[in-house]
Design a protein around this ligand. Structure first.
Ligand code: NAD
Length: 246
């Protein structure tokens, strides 16, 4: 896939979709910086799985909602691993409930992680990519960023922001050799959806034409493609992966 030997940072890689992305990139020979915010033990499990495949990586603690922490994460990667070729902005949080019932602090916190987090790390990483005129950034959005969701208004807003950030920045950076794309997953079987009861999960599956939830690997396989030369003419796109849901 032509990404062997590249260096990637995957945010929120201690579990779920981020862990799957880190593992699939490592399977292709990418050296992965596994970002986690608090759960070092789970991040270590991601690294163990990578090592079991014959790959390698490093653990990198940091909160994406802090610009200072993002700057020092990028500094650490370039100091320790020498460069950054791939940035996967995956970390995110969700909050289900009526917009009017949300506390303004909850709104700030969600926007700071989901949207500002993507902006923070991208801003910190880009100078290192511009210098060598190459790089790939993948932002993990959501189908709700495409069409909006009731009871997930701020989450949808943050993901819609990611979509336009992706499209705009891709145009700005294209001549610098940097490609920026987003992936909009539908319902993926991770801990993020643990708030749903089994009965609710079964009802939701019935609404999905393919009749099942996606797996983290379904998203990770697309990340590998979007980082590789097989997608070298693709930039500024939001790829929806949802089993035909939307
Ligand atoms: P998850 O809750 O299992 O994982 C999210 C990860 O992000 C966790 O490891 C968490 O610690 C990390 N994180 C949260 N805030 C952070 C911060 N401030 N700094 C660093 N790390 C932070 O969820 P997931 O399903 O794996 O979701 C991954 C991404 O995919 C998210 O952006 C989510 O919005 C998106 N997504 C998920 C689904 C789904 O159905 N699971 C659907 C569409 C989009």
């Amino acid at each position: 896939m032509s990404i062997n030997g590249k260096v990637a940072l995957v945010t929120g890689a201690s579990r779920g979709i981020g862990r799957a992305i880190a593992i699939e990139l490592a399977r292709e020979g990418v050296l992965v910086a596994i970002n986690y915010r608090t759960n070092e033990d789970e991040a270590k499990k991601t690294l163990e799985e990578i090592k079991a495949l014959g790959g390698n990586g490093v653990l990198l603690q940091g909160d994406v909602s802090s610009y200072d922490e993002c700057k020092s994460m990028i500094q650490d990667i370039t100091n320790i691993l020498g460069k950054i070729d791939i940035l996967v902005n995956n970390a995110g949080v969700s909050k289900v409930g009526l917009f009017m019932d949300m506390d303004i602090k909850e709104i700030d916190s969600l926007m700071s992680t989901n949207l500002k987090g993507v902006i923070n790390l991208t801003h910190a990483a880009l100078p290192h990519m511009v210098g060598k005129k190459s790089g790939t950034i993948i932002n993990i959005s959501s189908i709700w960023g495409n069409v909006g969701a009731s009871c997930e208004v701020i989450y949808s807003t943050s993901k819609g922001g990611i979509n336009l950030f992706t499209k705009s920045l891709a145009k700005e950076m294209a001549l610098s050799g940097i490609r920026i794309n987003a992936i909009a997953p539908g319902v993926i079987d991770t801990e993020m959806n643990n708030f749903l009861s089994n009965e609710e999960k079964e009802c939701l599956k019935e609404e999905i034409p393919m009749g099942c939830f996606g797996k983290g690997k379904d998203i990770a396989d697309a990340v590998v493609f979007l980082c590789s030369n097989k997608s070298k003419y693709i930039t500024g796109q939001v790829l929806t992966i949802d089993g035909g849901f939307i």
